[in-house]
Write a protein that binds this ligand. Structure first.
Ligand code: FAD
Length: 420
């Protein structure tokens, strides 16, 4: 007898969602990804440079030596890792009254970057995902479980569908349509905090719900006793989803309130002065600066610096993007010299202002590593066919790209156990 393939809904098309889809496709399991933005990638975000080969990363750049799963994946996809450039002195500025100092002799931890930009990981993983398995520019507003299937209420912004990333979405009026899609299995591949309070139980007529009778005996309510729907204890499912939402809300999203600035140059002028491009500053607006160049022998090299903005989200909100970019450039000028003004392109991304990554708690709280204890929830998650794949749910390296790979792999392993 031909086995009926389950349909898996994947909420979120960042690294975890796209890797989940990639693995499911290898096992011929049907799926659909629902992604709020017009493109895949989530926190992995690369902007175009003057070279068509290289992008500037405004999300993650680094893979650490102990992060073996992502390194294996990068190599299996035929991508290349390069070491973060750190040769030369760093620059340190203690306070506004003192001139920045060169500091040498501090060996920085070795870190790797994906050659060409981190988005290459997403492009490679997503290249075989068919359009019919994809809903982009589509926000999932609620997830309701009816005892057998998950029903996801979605809102598609049709004016964003098919938009290229360099087109301005703000110029286009919103053309929204709503509908409901249903799945047997649901994978959450979006940060827990942005999904909290969206999960609930749908009490439909056909549902066999086990309630406690007056004498404490269980009884089953159902319009159609012949259906094959499993019995579920409505009260305990309700309580479980409520408790799960609370845990989601308490789990910070790694780097959610960060802002990143980047700038490209014709030449790596800092290297010519024996500097690594690293800088650490107590003055700001950038707290840390690093080299973000990609070099090749074909004349396509991109030389770049990037920095993490050290100003809290609430203060950043009072400054325009142009003011922020100007302040960053002027700081680079004082750290690395006047050649820092001879830039090609500047880039800025405030992740705290991205409603699909950060919520109001992330905006207010100091950065914290995520941790969510789901050990006691496994049996109920399995019963509900609900799988948690975003990086923050990972049992190891939570918050990092490695965590997204680990959590997505574990989610797919659990789905396979129920269908094989
Ligand atoms: C500035 C910055 C620097 C970082 N640096 C590093 C680094 O150097 N190394 C490292 O390992 N990690 C780093 N990280 C963390 C890394 O980016 C994440 O671990 C990883 O990208 C998480 O992938 P994910 O798929 O789990 O989640 P995400 O990338 O957050 O993807 C979630 C997706 O869900 C979508 N979504 C959310 N809500 C909905 C909804 N209601 N409906 C539909 N879709 C929805 C979002 O649009 C998003 O595309 C950094 C992050 C940032 C922001």
């Amino acid at each position: 007898m031909k086995k009926i393939q389950p349909k898996v809904g994947i909420i979120g098309g960042g690294l975890a969602g796209v890797y989940t889809a990639y693995l499911l496709a290898q096992h011929n399991i049907t799926f659909e990804i629902i992604e709020a933005k017009p493109i895949f990638g989530g926190r992995i975000c690369g902007e175009d440079t003057h070279s068509s080969d290289y992008k500037v990363d405004l999300g993650p750049s680094w893979i650490f030596p102990h992060q073996q799963e992502i390194q294996k994946l990068v190599s299996n996809l035929g991508l290349r890792l390069v070491e973060q450039f750190t040769s030369g002195d760093a620059v340190f500025q203690r306070n506004a009254k003192e001139r920045p100092q060169k500091v040498g002799g501090v060996p920085p931890p070795s870190m790797y970057r994906i050659f060409g930009g981190t988005t290459r990981l997403i492009t490679s993983l997503a290249q075989d995902i068919h359009e019919q398995n994809t809903k982009l520019s589509t926000k999932a507003n609620s997830f309701q479980y009816d005892g057998q299937n998950w029903h996801v209420e979605i809102e598609t912004n049709n004016s964003l569908c098919g938009l290229q990333r360099n087109e301005k979405s703000t110029d286009i009026h919103e053309d929204l349509s709503t509908s409901t899609v249903s799945f047997e299995h649901l994978v959450i591949a979006a940060p827990p905090r942005v999904i909290a309070r969206k999960l609930s139980l749908r009490q439909t007529n056909g549902l066999k719900l086990k309630h406690q009778g007056e004498q404490g005996a269980a009884r089953i309510d159902s319009d159609d006793q012949s259906t094959q729907m499993p019995e579920i204890d409505a009260k305990s499912v309700d309580t479980f989803l409520e408790a799960l939402s609370n845990k989601f809300e308490q789990t910070p999203t790694w780097m959610a309130a960060q802002a990143k600035f980047a700038v490209t140059y014709k030449t790596p002028f800092w290297r010519e002065h024996g500097l690594s491009g690293q800088a650490f500053s107590h003055v700001g607006p950038l707290g840390e600066v690093h080299d973000a160049s990609f070099e090749d022998h074909d004349g396509n090299s991109v030389y770049a610096l990037f920095g993490f903005v050290g100003i809290p989200f609430a203060h950043r909100q009072q400054t325009s993007i142009e003011q922020m970019k100007d302040a960053c450039l002027s700081q680079l000028n004082s750290l690395f010299g006047s050649k820092a003004s001879e830039h090609l392109q500047t880039y800025y991304k405030d992740w705290g202002a991205d409603p699909f990554i950060a919520n109001s708690l992330d905006q207010k709280q100091p950065p914290m590593h995520p941790y969510i204890n789901l050990v006691s929830d496994q049996a109920q998650l399995k019963q509900l066919k609900l799988y948690l794949a975003a990086s923050e749910f990972s049992e190891s390296e939570a918050g990092y790209m490695e965590g997204a790979i680990v959590a997505a792999r574990r989610a797919v392993e659990k789905i396979l156990l129920t269908v094989e």
